[in-house]
Design a protein around this ligand. Structure first.
Ligand SMILES: *[C@@H]1O[C@H](CO)[C@@H](O)[C@H](O)[C@H]1NC(C)=O
Ligand SMILES: *[C@@H]1O[C@H](CO)[C@@H](O)[C@H](O)[C@H]1NC(C)=O
Ligand SMILES: *[C@@H]1O[C@H](CO)[C@@H](O)[C@H](O)[C@H]1NC(C)=O
Ligand SMILES: *[C@@H]1O[C@H](CO)[C@@H](O)[C@H](O)[C@H]1NC(C)=O
Ligand SMILES: *[C@@H]1O[C@H](CO)[C@@H](O)[C@H](O)[C@H]1NC(C)=O
Ligand SMILES: *[C@@H]1O[C@H](CO)[C@@H](O)[C@H](O)[C@H]1NC(C)=O
Ligand SMILES: *[C@@H]1O[C@H](CO)[C@@H](O)[C@H](O)[C@H]1NC(C)=O
Ligand SMILES: *[C@@H]1O[C@H](CO)[C@@H](O)[C@H](O)[C@H]1NC(C)=O
Ligand SMILES: *[C@@H]1O[C@H](CO)[C@@H](O)[C@H](O)[C@H]1NC(C)=O
Ligand SMILES: *[C@@H]1O[C@H](CO)[C@@H](O)[C@H](O)[C@H]1NC(C)=O
Ligand SMILES: *[C@@H]1O[C@H](CO)[C@@H](O)[C@H](O)[C@H]1NC(C)=O
Length: 817
């Protein structure tokens, strides 16, 4: 009876939360600029525009910003870029070669001097400041055209207001996409399309196919169904020679000057040489309106589906559409974490919290019913970009606050393995790639499994999927950035890992980081094996200690000894390897996006052995202290670390957990001090308020955990206790339960330091450990409950219980260690 009552109360609270318009606190521009104001480079690479949570459609501007070395076109929007189109599909927060930016429209106030095949003749600068809020975007072009945008899940609404009634045109360019002007091998290119204008001219249908981009995928074909609210006075389809500089095999002429279009009546198709196709719609003003609206639906399956989405999901009202999107964000995302929003609340914190939640729900894209590749009753998702980013802590938050979406994602991942042979590490455009280190979907599945997620997931297949990663060398995919191994999927260095137990530096690239990641991957496999194939558990636990084989106890740097180092197949180490400087730290280097100094801390499954190998708790603590000292970094972090000078690079995923490692010494107050300092040094409610690419929201999610006062230890059911930023937080977990996090005595405004933990109570029980498990105290993360932090100014060692567990603990005798 009591528990029933609690459930009822919990859902009442959840409904109350939905009445608050949390969306008002979201600043959609956080991460839109880098260190140099006005330029995107080094910023978050974020999408800005109209979208619903995990929406297939993300409607926003595509721009071209110069100079290119200060630009990043990945999210479409740049601060000062010329607008070349307004398209329906985007990524958010990603690096690498741009993906998507199609299908597009472009409103033109005049056709004078315009060559429809040459964006330089019509692109537009913007005047004034762009306006964006959750589900809504507005800008004005120098031509005087005002553009408003909003979106539903599979369709977008454009609302154009022209400066004059008799100059109204909309260009539909099916050959438009986000280019990668400085690099051709992973730039997208157009491979063909078809457009047809319906007899009454107010609708157009067709498809466009765009290939390559970041993961070097095959063409992505998108069916399009667009409609204007006012029948145009003239509608002409056109085609023209494909002269784009990349996609050599798909274009008709080499370096001809940009050709002029040929008008082809009411339809155009590419034909064998991938001609560019599009249409131009014109209104002469006879109807007396300066406004034109357009609804566009897209589908990966058919034109009919695209049309149905457009008709069923959208009205013609931008206000109504934006309001519906905002309501969905409030209901399905923001109200899952409720804090005080009254007058006395710190509004900067509300901006940081709700904006962070916003950015961690833009990708992946939910494409249930939109899988063009195979027939299946399982759900389908795309744009996992990438697991390397997401596994660290983002999936763990989705697990709690998005259980329906999250289960759907996991089922989709397993279905990809079933039909394509491998889980993706990254995936976009219906294609797996790029693997940066290990097969990190293993970590994702293990995290869910260990926290008891079952639902509609077939774990027999889930286990088979991770076991395949652990056992089967993927085929060699010839990616130009890595001559040695496959980047598409799986673990390309299994040929070392299986016989040697580590990844060697002479037979493989990225030996240090791959060894570290494969170790955690095999630990993840062992975690699922525990329940699904107990006979395998020991094997994978043993392999998860492989990082110790790559540990050189004699390696010394900055007065510290013992590091994971590049080791050759013959067993010797690369003794002269620079421990604080990984060079470009890229695909062909010995360590990827992190130095040996950093990766030596990234052993979450066996922190206890790591501490021992670093010389015991005292040495470990001073080494940990050291990596947070300013001006210690030996690397120029560039776009991956805005202004960071410490060895620890909180702006990039490998180091996300490092500041919390003091918990393993029962000095939790130091974790709190460090992590709070990092959060307040690098996260702001400003355009450059995030330290580098947001990475699909991974950086934003790091901040959400920080504000909750918790940190998940991925692949295990453990959460570390830290220090919350709000006095009272209600989190909706497991669909409809409430986890309440209270911070009694919190006093941390304007330089005050009343945020150290004095004691903790879990569900009314005094708690002497600085960590707990998912199902502790009556299943606190499953059934809800209360975590009470008592905070104060004293840097107190309050935890007297066991340190957090090292469930993958193994001792490999490496001599000298
Ligand atoms: C503009 O068009 C040219 C070819 O005409 C193409 O190479 C370039 O990528 C386009 N730029 C943008 C930003 O779309
Ligand atoms: C970017 O390129 C310009 C020349 O176009 C050059 O002057 C500038 O130094 C470059 N900036 C960086 C950060 O490379
Ligand atoms: C135009 O034609 C299309 C397809 O035949 C139809 O769906 C649409 O309703 C028509 N629109 C108007 C304004 O008549
Ligand atoms: C093609 O362009 C290159 C570089 O701009 C130029 O050297 C060459 O003469 C051009 N070839 C033709 C056939 O126009
Ligand atoms: C959290 O939930 C409790 C119990 O319903 C309620 O008393 C409290 O006001 C809520 N706090 C917030 C910030 O929503
Ligand atoms: C956050 O930044 C946005 C954009 O500059 C601004 O409109 C908003 O007022 C800021 N919020 C707070 C609390 O400062
Ligand atoms: C799970 O998958 C396995 C292997 O494909 C299959 O044999 C089994 O029937 C499935 N279990 C359920 C409950 O569907
Ligand atoms: C081991 O291999 C490395 C890399 O190929 C080589 O430089 C080194 O000389 C070898 N050492 C021995 C003892 O064979
Ligand atoms: C770090 O280096 C910068 C630039 O050389 C210097 O201004 C700053 O004082 C240094 N900080 C510390 C803590 O040494
Ligand atoms: C390692 O790189 C750092 C930073 O570039 C440099 O200062 C240091 O001298 C290098 N150390 C060795 C041993 O080469
Ligand atoms: C509000 O929060 C911000 C970000 O944590 C902090 O910098 C500021 O000092 C706080 N303001 C007050 C008045 O507490």
């Amino acid at each position: 009876m009591l528990s029933l009552l609690l459930v009822v109360l919990a859902s009442v609270v959840a409904i109350e939360g939905q009445d608050v318009d949390y969306a008002q606190f979201v600043n959609p521009f956080i991460g839109s600029e880098g260190a140099i104001p006005g330029y995107a480079y080094g910023g978050g690479d974020i999408f800005i525009g109209g979208a619903v949570p995990f929406g297939m459609v993300k409607l926003g501007l595509d721009t071209y910003e110069e100079p290119l070395n200060q630009s990043a076109l990945n999210g479409g929007w740049t601060p000062q870029g010329h607008v070349t189109g307004i398209s329906l599909m985007h990524e958010s927060g990603t690096g690498g070669g741009a993906k998507y930016g199609f299908p597009s429209q472009m409103p033109l106030a005049s056709l004078e001097g315009v060559n429809l095949l040459d964006n330089l003749t019509y692109w537009q600068d913007r005047v004034g400041d762009d306006v964006a809020s959750v589900g809504y975007f507005k800008t004005e072009f120098e031509s005087g055209v005002q553009v408003e945008l909003s979106a539903s899940r599979h369709a977008g609404l454009y609302h154009y207001t022209y400066p004059s009634r008799d100059g109204k045109h909309v260009l539909v360019d099916f050959s438009h996409y986000l280019p990668h002007p400085t690099r051709s091998w992973d730039s997208q290119f157009y491979t063909g399309g078809e457009i047809e204008i319906q007899p009454n001219s107010s609708t157009y249908t067709g498809y466009t196919s765009i290939a390559n981009g970041w993961c070097l995928g095959p063409p992505v074909t998108v069916y399009v169904c667009g409609e204007f609210d006012t029948p145009p006075d003239e509608a002409r389809a056109f085609k023209g020679k494909n002269t784009f500089p990349v996609g050599r095999h798909f274009r008709s002429y080499n370096n001809a000057t940009t050709p002029e279009p040929t008008y082809t009546g009411s339809s155009a198709r590419s034909g064998p040489q991938s001609d560019r196709v599009g249409a131009i719609f014109s209104w002469n003003g006879a109807d007396g309106t300066a406004e034109i609206k357009s609804r566009v639906g897209i589908s990966f399956m058919s034109i009919d589906k695209a049309c149905a989405y457009k008709n069923e999901e959208l009205s013609w009202s931008i206000e109504e559409t934006a309001q519906a999107a905002r309501a969905e964000w409030n209901r399905d995302v923001f109200s899952k974490i409720r804090v005080d929003t009254s007058e006395k609340a710190n509004k900067t914190r509300l901006a940081l919290l709700y904006s962070s939640l916003y950015f961690m729900h833009l990708i992946p894209s939910e494409r249930v019913g939109e899988n063009p590749l195979w027939e299946s009753d399982e759900p389908y998702w795309d744009d996992f970009y990438t697991m390397w980013d997401l596994f660290r802590n983002q999936v763990s938050l989705w697990h709690l606050i998005q259980p329906t979406y999250y289960e759907s994602m996991l089922r989709a991942l397993i279905d990809m393995y079933k039909h394509e042979g491998f889980l993706p590490d990254g995936r976009s455009g219906n294609y797996n790639g790029l693997v940066q280190g290990g097969s990190n979907a293993d970590n994702v599945l293990a995290d869910a499994y260990m926290k008891g997620l079952r639902g509609g997931i077939n774990w027999t297949e889930g286990y088979a999927a991770v076991k395949k990663n652990a056992e089967v060398l993927p085929f060699f995919d010839q990616n130009p950035v890595d001559p040695q191994g496959s980047l598409k999927e799986g673990r390309s260095a299994l040929d070392d890992w299986l016989p040697l137990g580590y990844v060697s530096a002479d037979r493989n690239s990225r030996a240090v980081s791959k060894t570290v990641e494969y170790s955690l991957n095999d630990f993840a496999v062992s975690q699922i094996a525990k329940g699904e194939a107990p006979g395998d558990q020991e094997l994978y636990l043993r392999r998860s200690a492989g990082w110790q084989l790559s540990w050189d106890p004699e390696a010394t740097s900055r007065g510290f000894s013992g590091f994971v180092m590049p080791r050759y197949a013959n067993g010797t180490f690369h003794k002269t390897y620079n421990i604080t400087n990984c060079g470009d730290c890229n695909w062909e280097d010995e360590s990827y996006e992190g130095t040996a100094f950093e990766y030596s801390f990234v052993i979450p499954h066996d922190v206890s052995r790591m501490i021992a190998l670093m010389g015991g708790p005292q040495h470990f603590e001073s080494r940990l202290d050291y990596v947070f000292q300013p001006n210690t970094s030996g690397v120029d972090l560039g776009a991956n670390g805005l202004g960071i000078t410490t060895i620890n690079n909180i702006a990039n995923e490998p180091d996300f957990q490092t500041p919390y490692l003091y918990n393993y010494l029962n000095k939790q107050w130091k974790s709190v001090e460090r992590s709070r300092q990092l959060a307040s040094d690098f996260y702001f409610n400003t355009s450059n308020g995030i330290p580098g690419n947001s990475d699909a929201g991974a950086l934003n999610c790091w901040l959400v955990w920080q504000m909750l006062g918790l940190y998940p230890v991925v692949t295990t059911p453990v959460y570390l206790l830290e220090s919350p930023w709000f006095e009272d937080i209600n989190v909706t977990v497991n669909h409809d339960r409430t986890l309440r996090i209270r911070a009694e005595g919190l006093d941390d405004g304007e330089g005050r330091q009343g945020y150290y933990v004095q004691s903790v109570r879990l569900n009314g029980q005094e708690w002497d450990r600085n960590w707990f498990e998912h199902e502790d105290v009556g299943g606190i993360m499953v059934n809800g409950g209360e975590i009470l932090f008592r905070l104060g100014g004293e840097q107190k060692v309050w935890e007297t219980g066991d340190v957090p567990p090292s469930p993958g603990h193994r001792v490999v005798d490496i001599g000298g260690g």
